[in-house]
Write a protein that binds this ligand. Structure first.
Ligand SMILES: *[C@@H]1O[C@H](CO)[C@@H](O)[C@H](O)[C@H]1NC(C)=O
Ligand SMILES: *[C@@H]1O[C@H](CO)[C@@H](O)[C@H](O)[C@H]1NC(C)=O
Ligand SMILES: *[C@@H]1O[C@H](CO)[C@@H](O)[C@H](O)[C@H]1NC(C)=O
Length: 374
């Protein structure tokens, strides 16, 4: 084991890196607050009508309430007196052309991304969403009316040596996020990718940080769909350029070609973007971390994996979660692709303990199936 002081150094170095990334790429904030409207936070307290979901106080599900092999997240939630209060399947998951109009602008420009359009130029939001025309842009996939099974694959070290590849690929849709290397890890994580979820920031950081581990390109295939998380102006700019087949014209990614990441076969149908209302709802109802009550509140948001898992829970009929944080996370490395054991560190940008409790709770309530091992 390393001496304590070296771990502390690593921790401090990590914290500095995260802070720097956040300063450069963090939530978009106006430069001069005097010339800007004041942004409201959706977390100011008025929303606290429901107590926080809490692992210890949530009622246990008794055997008689277990529903067996019912293939519908919605029906399972509907039969669960406790979780029913938290889920709302009417909240739009994706934003598209139909999400933009004057009254929505008036409402959402009060909140900074990812919870709204605050601080973003009107023209950029309007133009980007207009490109997502056609009702298919408002849906993740066309429902077949059958039991749609989805695997959401996090990048946790729990998957290394797990031999879950076949189980993952047997789902109709497979969601992956950020540094989703599959080449060389097929036996453990499979090779199918139907959805890739990211923010421009996390995608680019992953390409840099995990290049040595084999993440040299964003997954591409003829049927893959990309799910943009609108955490920043960058995500709107990148999405618009991706659909238009141009380089990004302004901002942090100016001159960057989306085709580098998503391939040349640009089509509107490949591009999806989460709705700010969905991110607000997920944060308020499921992951309202106490970090939001501290001065780190602007750094905090649910992790990419958490957003994708909740997206799957609101769109698929049956959901399995692989590579997500579990209670015994400290016996595994940070990622399945780490060449040597790297402990998982917690930073103020996510609340991984809260996320692990949530997955465990949803697993016990049989709303999802969580891959766990000793
Ligand atoms: C569910 O979400 C919809 C759309 O945001 C909202 O109109 C409705 O009031 C919500 N219902 C509950 C019970 O929170
Ligand atoms: C604006 O868009 C929202 C969301 O699609 C919709 O509910 C609302 O009716 C629209 N309002 C107008 C005035 O068109
Ligand atoms: C994934 O692996 C299977 C066999 O395990 C193979 O038949 C298939 O072609 C692979 N798919 C891709 C996209 O690599």
């Amino acid at each position: 084991m390393w001496p304590r002081s070296r771990w502390m150094c690593l921790l401090v170095a990590g914290a500095v890196t995260v802070t720097l990334f956040t300063l450069v790429y963090g939530p978009y904030r106006p430069r001069d607050p005097r010339n800007q409207p004041t942004f409201k936070s959706p977390f100011d307290g008025s929303e606290r009508s429901l107590p926080l979901i809490h692992f210890m106080t949530a009622p246990r599900v008794s055997a008689k309430d277990k529903t067996g092999d019912l293939c519908s997240v919605r029906q399972r939630v509907e039969r669960d007196g406790y979780l029913k209060q938290y889920f709302n399947f009417s909240v739009p998951v994706l934003q598209w052309a139909g999400s933009f109009n004057q009254s929505e602008w008036q409402r959402l420009h009060n909140f900074i991304p990812p919870y709204g359009w605050g601080g973003l130029p009107y023209r950029v939001v309007m133009n980007t969403l207009r490109l997502l025309a056609g009702t298919s842009s408002g849906r993740l996939f066309e429902s077949s009316g059958q039991c749609v099974s989805c695997a959401v694959v996090g990048n946790g070290g729990i998957l290394r040596g797990s031999k879950q590849g076949k189980a993952i690929d047997s789902h109709q849709f497979v969601f992956r996020v950020n540094g989703a290397v599959t080449k060389g890890f097929e036996e453990d994580v499979g090779n199918k990718t139907s959805f890739y979820g990211f923010t421009t920031n996390t995608m680019k950081n992953s390409l840099q940080a995990y290049h040595v581990d084999g993440f040299t390109a964003v997954p591409q295939n003829p049927s893959i769909k990309y799910i943009f998380i609108p955490s920043h102006l960058r995500d709107y700019e990148m999405l618009a350029a991706a659909i238009q087949g141009t380089a990004v014209s302004t901002g942090a990614d100016k001159g960057d070609w989306p085709s580098k990441y998503f391939g040349n076969k640009r089509t509107v149908k490949k591009m999806k973007m989460l709705h700010p209302d969905f991110i607000t709802y997920v944060t308020m109802r499921f992951l309202r971390s106490s970090i939001l009550d501290t001065s780190f509140r602007d750094l905090y948001m649910p992790s990419t994996g958490a957003l994708m898992l909740l997206t799957a829970l609101h769109t698929c009929d049956k959901v399995s979660a692989f590579g997500f944080i579990t209670r015994n996370y400290n016996v595994f490395s940070d990622h399945y692709f780490d060449s040597e054991m790297k402990p998982l560190f917690f930073f103020a940008n996510h609340d991984m303990v809260m996320e692990s409790r949530l997955w465990e709770l949803l697993h016990f309530h049989e709303v999802l199936w969580l891959y766990q091992r000793m």
